[in-house]
Design a protein around this ligand. Structure first.
Ligand code: NAD
Length: 483
């Protein structure tokens, strides 16, 4: 693997994401030789840490995520890390940071290449982008920026942030990260759809009845109530992860596997995204909040949550496209906190066709993304000793050894940033369409919130969400496959 010289600056270097995901992922890339001798990382945050203290943190992060490591490698890797106490709102601090970046560039022969990573609360993204520009932090080689989610709060704020970023970075150098796009089974959607005639030939409006995407979480909002109040499930999960998965499920076949072709195929689909009307939102969307039990808080009792809050911790709804292989087919989704189990899964439900055996179950193609990774096809066959039809599963699963080889999403996506592959990142024009859809739904809800009885369902924790979500379907013959 070719060694890529670079100085990387992480804003939010003492945070949870950096510790649990970024440092272990960078270590793996270091072990593979993608970044090796000619790289340095500057971790910044407000705390007054020393370089040595940061390096201890790096070492801890690696030991926490790796069963076995070569201690010399950990030590050598950590020696490439430098800490800079930096308040992102203080303009003067950018000059100190710039000087350190220049020194490290020279010391490590980084060829003027720079990667900036915004691993902080999203309210700071615009400020950081502005000061990278007005304090001239970009350098003479490549300059790339990785932006965590959420990218904006609605279309208007996303447009503003995009402008602030574009002042220093071209669209091709902006990597809007969505870690779902780094997941093995999400990356498996296109090969599955396009390399199997068995699947490719049924992927059409005539055969598919509906597609269902479920991303359920078992945790509540935990300590993040204050942030969650400004977001809600629709903005937090649908605007990014669910829309990305649905785009992969509904896009036409790309001309080839180049990033530009993949994005062109996604864009062709998204141009035909149907923005729901008020009536459609009221009929096909359900929002809800989890209730408390003897031992757990309901959402409205959580810290920093208003006791009359109308922020949804659960949402189910429908997405449709006017064009593409599944034009007009309903793509249902649901996501929520404090649900039965942590699960990310896709169910593709096929239409019934007339047959001489009478009423039989539908054929479903299920893709489990998390926590198990597997694909199975639910099909019908004959019962052995009596007349009738039984259901069986044809499964595609992974061995223990294969599972151990699957890299974390962040490792994959960071590698892509280093090798300049934007295939699995969100293009601005895609994001814009996602926000147009989300804003339309949010506007209907905002209006409904002014009514005497806003439509907010309640649900018992650790079950499958509000009962009302069983009635969002277009026809009485549809229901959730995963229950
Ligand atoms: P965090 O709160 O743990 O870390 C925030 C960091 O910002 C800390 O290092 C903190 O010291 C620093 N900081 C705060 N104010 C500052 C200031 N004024 N100047 C300089 N530094 C300041 O947050 P996190 O969980 O690491 O999340 C970071 C980003 O990553 C968010 O956008 C989040 O949505 C995204 N993300 C996180 C995870 C995760 O697992 N933690 C997963 C996906 C996406």
């Amino acid at each position: 693997m070719k060694n890529i010289p670079v100085v990387m600056i992480i804003f939010g270097g003492s945070g949870d994401l950096a510790h649990r995901k970024l440092y272990p992922a960078l270590f793996n890339l270091y072990e593979q030789g993608l970044i090796h001798d000619d790289f340095a990382v500057i971790a910044t945050a407000r705390r007054p840490w020393s370089h040595d203290y940061l390096r201890e943190q790096i070492s801890d992060a690696i030991h926490e995520t790796h069963a076995e490591v070569n201690e010399n490698d950990v030590h050598d890797f950590a020696s490439h890390f430098y800490y800079q106490s930096h308040d992102v709102t203080n303009v003067e601090h950018y000059q100190t940071l710039k000087k350190l970046a220049q020194d490290l560039n020279d010391r490590y022969s980084a060829e003027g290449n720079r990667i900036f990573y915004m691993a902080m609360a999203p309210r700071f993204f615009g400020t950081i982008a502005t000061h990278i520009n007005d304090q001239h932090l970009t350098s003479t080689g490549f300059n790339r920026i990785v932006v965590e989610k959420p990218f904006g709060h609605d279309l208007a704020s996303a447009e503003k942030l995009n402008k602030q970023i574009n002042a220093s970075f071209k669209e091709d150098d902006v990597f809007r990260i969505d870690h779902y796009l780094g997941k093995e089974m999400v990356q498996n959607i296109l090969p599955l759809r396009f390399t199997n005639p068995l699947i490719k030939n049924i992927w059409n409006t005539a055969t598919i009845k509906n597609i269902q995407v479920t991303l359920s979480e078992q945790l509540g909002v935990e300590a993040r109530g204050g942030y969650y109040e400004t977001s809600g499930a629709l903005r937090d999960m649908v605007q990014n992860h669910i829309f990305q998965i649905i785009t992969l499920l509904a896009m036409p076949q790309p001309q080839n596997l180049e990033a530009a072709s993949i994005h062109a195929a996604k864009q062709e689909l998204l141009d035909s995204l149907l923005i729901p009307t008020k009536e459609e939102v009221m009929q096909h969307f359900v929002r809800g909040q989890y209730l408390g039990t003897d031992n757990t808080f309901g959402y409205r009792q959580e810290a920093n949550v208003a006791d009359n809050s109308l922020t949804e911790t659960y949402v189910a709804g429908e997405i449709k496209f006017a064009k593409g292989p599944v034009a007009g087919v309903p793509l249902y989704f649901r996501t929520g906190k404090e649900m039965k189990e942590k699960k990310s899964r896709i169910d593709v439900v096929l239409k019934h066709q007339s047959n001489p055996y009478g009423s039989v179950h539908s054929n479903n193609l299920t893709i489990e993304i998390d926590p198990q990774m597997c694909i199975y096809l639910t099909i019908n066959g004959k019962k052995i000793t009596e007349p009738g039809i039984r259901r069986e599963k044809l499964a595609y699963s992974f061995s223990k050894e294969e599972l151990a080889q699957v890299p974390d999403g962040y490792e994959r996506l960071l590698r892509d940033v280093f090798v300049n592959d934007s295939t699995n990142f969100t293009h601005w024009s895609e994001l814009k369409r996602y926000w147009q859809f989300i804003d339309a739904v949010e506007n209907v809800w905002a209006e409904d919130n002014q009514s005497a009885q806003p439509q907010m369902s309640e649900y018992l924790p650790y079950r499958m969400g509000p009962k009302a979500a069983n009635h969002i379907f277009e026809s009485a013959t549809e229901h959730w496959i995963y229950e």
